[in-house]
Ligand binder design. Structure first.
Ligand code: SF4
Length: 511
C-alpha cells in the first residue's frame, strides 16, 4: 500500500512530518509512505492520501495522534471515516481546476525522476532541444504567456530580445523572491515540483543561448532552497543539467542564490544588483535587463510561474496554451486565496474566472463567517476592492480598468471588521519600511503619507489633509522610479474611494 503525506512547508508547519512518522511506526514495511507536495487545499493539511484500486482517497486534516485510530478504521482501505473526503481527483476544488503549472504538485514525490517523467516531465525540454532557438521563442510567443510576477509583460518578446542580443555569455534568472502578501504559489511549486522549474529554465537557456542560470530565492523559504538544491544535484546526476543536456550538446549550469529579506529585491533590477553581491537598489531603465542584465550581460528575468509554464507550452504547443484564457490574458494563472478565508490555498485555472467565484465559491467566504468587506489582489501594492466588484474577471486589463492589478495572483480577504484607514496607513508604512531609498517621492513620500493619514484619522483638518494625501499620491505615482513608490498609492486611493466612511468615521470618533 502506498500512502502520500505532503512534505512542503505548509503541510509540515501543521504537523505532516509527525503524521508521516506515525504512519511509518504503525505500519512498518507494509506501507510505503511517499512524501509528495501539497495539493493546495491548505485547510485540509496535513492531507493524507491512500492509493486504492479506485484511485487516491484523501483524509484531512490528519493529526499524528489520530493515526492509530485512522488505521484501525479504514485509512489503508479508503473506507468511509469522518475525516475521509473520498476520491481526491473528484473533489470540486481539484476537479474544477486546469492544472498546467501545478499538474504534478501533490501528485508526485518532488525528488523522483521516474515519477517526473511518468507524469509528463521532460517532454517539453526534449521537444525544445529538437527545435532551433528561434522556433522555441516563437512557440512561447504564440502561447501568449505573460510574466506571472505581476507586470504581465509578454515572455516571448523578452526572450526574443535576449536571443537577438549578441554576446558570449547570457543568463537566465528566476525571480523567486515571492514577497507579496498572500502569495505562496512560487514556494509551493518549488517545493512540490522543482524539476518543472529546472526544465523551464533549461528550455529558456536553449531558446536564448544562455549558459548559466540563477534562482534567486528569498531567505524566508529555507525549505524551498533545500528542495531546489537537492533537485539540482539530482538533475545533474541525470544529465538534465550540465555540459551535454540529454545528449544535445547544450550546456546549462544552474545555481541557487538566497536573498536577505528585502521586498524590493523582487523588482528585477534590484534582484540583479543583489545577485551581483551589491545592495538591492533599483537600477534606472533603460538599459533593460534583456540587453544589459546580470553583470551587464543579456539576461532573461522571469518569475517562477512564468518559467514553470514553459515545459507544458513546449510539450503541448503554444496554440493549445493560448486556447485557454480571457482576452489578452492567455493560459492559466495559479491564484492564491489567503487572509480571512474559509478555504485557503492555490487554485490554478484559466484567466477569466471571476473574483467572486474564487473567493465565495471555492474559498467559501470568510473564515470568521462574517460578510466579506474587501479583498486586496496583487500584493501589498494592489488595490482594495469591495464585494460589489466581485464580478470582475481575473484578467490583467479588466483589473487595470478597475484601477486595480492582478499582480502575482494573490487574493487576501477581509471581513466587515476591517478598518480600511488602518489598511491605507499600513500601505504607506510598508513602503517606508521597504523603500530602497533611491528616489525622493517614495523614500520621503511614504513617511509623509503615514503622517498625513494619522492626521486625517485623528480629526486634524480632515478636508485639507485629504487633499494633501491625494496630492502626495499623485506625486508618488508620477515621480517614483519603480513600482514600489508608484503603486503604493493604489491601496491608499482604493481604500479612500471605496470606503471613505472609514476615514471620516474615525475622525468623527476622535472629535
Ligand atoms: Fe527605490 Fe522606492 Fe524609488 Fe523604487 S520607488 S527606486 S523602491 S525609492
Amino acid at each position: 500500500t502506498t500512502v502520500y503525506v505532503p512534505r512542503d512547508s505548509a503541510a509540515v508547519s501543521v504537523g505532516a512530518d509527525d503524521v508521516a512518522s506515525a504512519i511509518n511506526r504503525a505500519t512498518g514495511d507494509d506501507v510505503t509512505v511517499v512524501r509528495n507536495g501539497s495539493r493546495g487545499m491548505l485547510w485540509l493539511e496535513p492531507f493524507v492520501e491512500v492509493e486504492t484500486p479506485r484511485g487516491r482517497v484523501g483524509y484531512g486534516p490528519v493529526s499524528a495522534s489520530a493515526v492509530d485510530e485512522l488505521l484501525a478504521n479504514g485509512l489503508l482501505t479508503g473506507d468511509d471515516h469522518p475525516s475521509c473526503h473520498g476520491l481526491v481527483e473528484e473533489l470540486p476544488w481539484l476537479r474544477d481546476q486546469q492544472r498546467l503549472c501545478f499538474a504534478r504538485v501533490g501528485v508526485t514525490d518532488p525528488f523522483s525522476t521516474t515519477a517526473y517523467e511518468a507524469h509528463g516531465g521532460l517532454i517539453g525540454l526534449r521537444r525544445a532541444l529538437e527545435l532551433e532557438p528561434a522556433a522555441v521563442v516563437a512557440e512561447v510567443t504564440e502561447s501568449g504567456l505573460r510574466g506571472r510576477g505581476g507586470a504581465g509583460f509578454p515572455a516571448g518578446i523578452k526572450w526574443k530580445t535576449v536571443l537577438e542580443t549578441e554576446g558570449p555569455l547570457k543568463f537566465i534568472c528566476c525571480n523567486a523572491d515571492e514577497g507579496d502578501s498572500g502569495t505562496f504559489a512560487d514556494r509551493m511549486l518549488m517545493e512540490g515540483d522543482p524539476f518543472c522549474l529546472i526544465e523551464g529554465m533549461t528550455i529558456a537557456a536553449h531558446a536564448v543561448g544562455a549558459s548559466e542560470g540563477y534562482l534567486y530565492v528569498r531567505s524566508e523559504y529555507p525549505d524551498a532552497v533545500a528542495t531546489l538544491r537537492r533537485a539540482i544535484d539530482i538533475a545533474y546526476s541525470q544529465g538534465w543539467l550540465g555540459e551535454d543536456i540529454l545528449g544535445s550538446g547544450l550546456r546549462f549550469d544552474l545555481f541557487v542564490r538566497v536573498g536577505a529579506g528585502a521586498y524590493i529585491c523582487g523588482e528585477e533590477t534590484s534582484m540583479l544588483e543583489s545577485l551581483e553581491g551589491k545592495r538591492g537598489m533599483v537600477r534606472s531603465k533603460p538599459p533593460i535587463p534583456a540587453i544589459t542584465g546580470l553583470f551587464g550581460k543579456p539576461t532573461v528575468v522571469n518569475n517562477v510561474l512564468t518559467l514553470a509554464s514553459v515545459p507544458k507550452i513546449l510539450s503541448d504547443g503554444g496554440a493549445a496554451y493560448s486556447a485557454l484564457g480571457f482576452e489578452r490574458s492567455r493560459g492559466t494563472q495559479v491564484f492564491q486565496l489567503a487572509g480571512n478565508i474559509a478555504r485557503g490555498g492555490v487554485f490554478e485555472t484559466a484567466f477569466g474566472i471571476s473574483l467572486g467565484e474564487l473567493v465565495n465559491d471555492y474559498g467559501g467566504g470568510t473564515l470568521s463567517g462574517r460578510p466579506v468587506r474587501a479583498v486586496q489582489v496583487g500584493g501589498p501594492l494592489g488595490s482594495y476592492l469591495p464585494a460589489d466588484r466581485f464580478d470582475l474577471p481575473m484578467d490583467y486589463e479588466a483589473f487595470a480598468g478597475a484601477d486595480a492589478m492582478l499582480g502575482h495572483g494573490g487574493i487576501v480577504v477581509f471581513d466587515d471588521t476591517v478598518d480600511m484607514s488602518a489598511m491605507a496607513r499600513f500601505a504607506m508604512e510598508f513602503c517606508a519600511e521597504e523603500s530602497c531609498g533611491k528616489c525622493t517621492p517614495c523614500r520621503v513620500g511614504s513617511v509623509r503619507g503615514v503622517e498625513v493619514i494619522d492626521k486625517i484619522t485623528g480629526g486634524e483638518d480632515p478636508d485639507g489633509n485629504l487633499a494633501l494625501l491625494n496630492d502626495l499620491c499623485e506625486l508618488m505615482t508620477e515621480g517614483s522610479l519603480c513600482a514600489m513608490g508608484s503603486l503604493t498609492p493604489n491601496p491608499v486611493r482604493s481604500a479612500l474611494d471605496h470606503f471613505p466612511d472609514d476615514f471620516t468615521a474615525r475622525a468623527t470618533r476622535t472629535e
